[in-house]
Design a protein around this ligand. Structure first.
Ligand SMILES: Cc1cc2nc3c(=O)[nH]c(=O)nc-3n(C[C@H](O)[C@H](O)[C@H](O)COP(=O)(O)OP(=O)(O)OC[C@H]3O[C@@H](n4cnc5c(N)ncnc54)[C@H](O)[C@@H]3O)c2cc1C
Length: 624
């Protein structure tokens, strides 16, 4: 199997076929029985080819040229280098990879969408923001739009002629979406006049698509304040004529773009709707149901952003490995007193190996978590009875953990990649500097990680009836611990099981705090809880992986030791792969996971300094 510079398609296949057993799932489910492992592999190969040959070379160029805004025409130009790979992506049909054939999709299982998207995003996730946002907008129209809206917009959005966005944020309404001021006024013909300002809108305007279709959150005149009074409208940049072609300008103006630390090729736009009083919007679904509807897109988007965290980490790790295998510096630690010793490549130094294994373990754990989540999202749609109910519970609890946990981790992993490169890593001539800059936004947009953590602690656990989501998650975690018995060394399983018990202690403590109305405590604890649960989830992912990787490693490597083992690993890629998978899992469980217990103890300690720290505590030193 060919290796490429940025994408670990071997590990992608491990997750798909050896953990999730996608081919078996497809065979047993009538929705997917037309597909088999060969077909899935063909899609993966095609995605890899487009990603490696076309998208990856555009990544650096996209960062260098960035997006440009013309204040005269109010148009936005995206990096030229993105256009051909995006065309290839659309022409190969990847826009509709998991969509129903009714709307021009290929109808593959969700986890294949996750895998192909990961492959494209490892090559350039800023470029993939364009079809990514469009896809979310398309699905909203498909789920909630009238037949007329579907017929008008979906075919051209699937083909890539037109693009889509997601318009929530305003200058005074970021995390607090309910504070939005954009208004809608109903017209006699049933349409609405839209007026307001949206900021930070990804792909808001660009010269790639011929028309932009904006799902816009707004408040109908007279409706209540807060999130309850929000409705959602489809607002095209250009209206559409009866024959389906692009019509008159719809008074949607881009007033500028942001100059950012990363994802420079993704246009982040300020949009003015209806400055001239001529902007028309079409209601999506029912009035005042905007937040509920938008949540569908937000779930997909949060899953996607968690995947971006995985993808940018994976590519940073692969670059760091390649660099470490080539950079000569220092002598081997066993030769440090030998003045004649020759320099070795830095991958031989224990500290570099530790950093690489740390990155590898996080990347692989995040991949299992993301793919498992996508698969459960699928089961929540096509499964029956209990399977469907449980899958929905798993999705609800894992979405904030994967979004926040993966993206925070991506900032650390990309930073570690820079560290492996040394001084060169800090320089723009080497790619990891860009990756570190690109990673940070994933922790901020699509609901900051603080907001995700509050969602996890409150809505997904404490306020969830009888903590159903949490109990299903624990049930799944315990199943893996049981399966690991007899395969995985007892010490790892015991520690994982102890971790599950300790988490229970924290949840019980938080339940008591909630009963006592201690909301300051609860909200202060949300992020540390999310971080601990992400660590526990990755430990589960590695335990699960070991149940498959250990038998395979034993089969391929046997009892070989020393030089014989080294030679086999050099010559036999599969033996090296499974050995690496076992070592990174053991490293995670034995080195990284114990930190979970420190996180739990710090929560149980109930330190209240945060609660006592009011604003003057922070500003006191600044006063004259
Ligand atoms: C590059 C980029 C692309 C984006 N793309 C889009 C897009 O396509 N569509 C779109 O609608 N938006 C988009 N956004 C906006 C993004 O979703 C918001 O920036 C984000 O939701 C945070 O809002 P804010 O920036 O106003 O920060 P604020 O809401 O002001 O938050 C500032 C800090 O306060 C914390 N905070 C806020 N409220 C609370 C609270 N109640 N409790 C505890 N902590 C709190 C936050 O966690 C954060 O740390 C994008 C932003 C950027 C930078």
């Amino acid at each position: 199997m060919a290796l490429n510079p940025c994408i670990d398609t071997r590990d992608v296949r491990f997750c798909l076929f050896e953990l999730i057993e996608l081919d078996k799932f497809a065979k047993s489910n009538s929705h997917y029985s037309d597909f088999d492992k060969d077909t899935f592999n063909e899609f993966l190969d095609l995605a890899e080819r487009i990603a490696v040959e076309q998208l990856y070379p555009a990544s650096v160029e996209g960062d260098k040229s960035g997006c440009k805004y013309d204040p005269k025409t109010k148009n936005v130009m995206i990096p030229e280098a993105y256009k051909a790979p995006l065309n290839a992506f659309y022409e190969a049909g990847f826009m509709g990879v998991i969509d129903s054939p009714d709307i021009g999709g290929m109808g593959l299982p969700h986890v294949m969408g996750m895998a192909t998207n990961e492959i494209f995003c490892t090559a350039s996730y800023p470029a993939m923001m364009y079809p990514g946002l469009s896809h979310g907008a398309m699905l909203l129209i498909n789920s909630f739009g009238t037949q007329e809206l579907k017929d008008t917009y979906l075919p051209k959005m699937t083909s890539g002629e037109w693009g889509g966005t997601m318009c929530l944020t305003e200058p005074d309404a970021g995390s607090d979406v309910g504070a939005l001021k954009t208004k809608a006024v109903k017209q006699a013909d049933g349409t609405y006049k839209i007026q307001g300002q949206k900021i930070f809108i990804s792909s808001g305007d660009n010269d790639y698509y011929d028309n932009m279709i904006h799902p816009v959150l707004a408040r109908i005149e007279g409706d209540p304040g807060g999130t309850k009074g929000i409705s959602i409208f489809i607002v095209p940049k250009y209206l559409v004529k009866k024959d389906g072609s692009k019509g008159e300008f719809n008074d949607v103006v881009c007033s500028g773009i942001e100059h950012k630390m990363g994802i420079k090729g993704s246009a982040t736009c300020s949009l003015s709707f209806g400055d001239e009083g001529k902007c028309i919007g079409y209601l999506l679904g029912e009035e005042r149901k905007g937040m509920k509807i938008m949540f569908q897109m937000m779930n997909e988007a949060r899953l996607g952003v968690g995947m971006q965290g995985l993808a940018i980490s994976s590519t940073a790790y692969h670059h760091a490995v390649t660099y470490a295998r080539n950079r000569l510096q220092g002598v081997h630690v066993t030769q440090m007193l030998n003045p004649e010793a020759k320099s070795v490549t830095i991958i031989n130094h224990p500290d570099i190996k530790r950093m690489l294994l740390w990155m590898k373990a996080h990347v692989e754990g995040m991949r299992v978590l993301s793919y498992y989540l996508a698969h459960n999202l699928n089961l929540a749609e096509v499964g029956d009875g209990e399977i469907k109910k449980e899958a929905q519970g798993i999705v609800e609890i894992l979405i904030p953990i994967s979004k926040a946990g993966n993206t925070d981790t991506s900032v650390l992993v990309t930073s570690e990649a820079v560290q492996v490169y040394g001084g060169y890593g800090f320089c723009a001539d080497y790619p990891v500097e860009q990756m570190m800059r690109d990673s940070k936004i994933t922790a901020i947009y699509e609901g900051t990680n603080g907001i995700q953590s509050m969602d996890l602690a409150m809505r997904k656990i404490l306020m969830n009836p009888e903590q159903y989501n949490y109990s299903i998650l624990k049930k799944r975690f315990k199943e893996v611990a049981d399966r690991a018995k007899g395969i995985v060394e007892e010490k790892y399983i015991t520690m994982f099981e102890k971790g599950l018990q300790k988490l229970d202690e924290v949840i019980e403590m938080m339940k008591a705090q909630m009963a006592g109305g201690k909301f300051m405590h609860l909200f202060m604890e949300a992020t540390p809880l999310q971080q601990a649960m992400h660590r526990l989830a990755l430990a589960w992912a590695h335990l699960w992986s070991l149940t498959v990787a250990i038998p395979k490693m034993k089969e391929l490597v046997g009892d070989l030791k020393g030089e014989e083992r080294e030679k086999l690993l050099e010559d036999n890629y599969e033996a090296a792969y499974y050995t690496g998978r076992v070592l990174s899992a053991q490293f995670y469980l034995g080195y990284e996971f114990p930190k979970f217990f420190g996180q739990i103890e710090s929560l149980l300690f109930q330190e209240t300094a945060v609660i006592k720290s009011s604003s003057p505590v922070f500003t006191g030193a600044l006063k004259e």
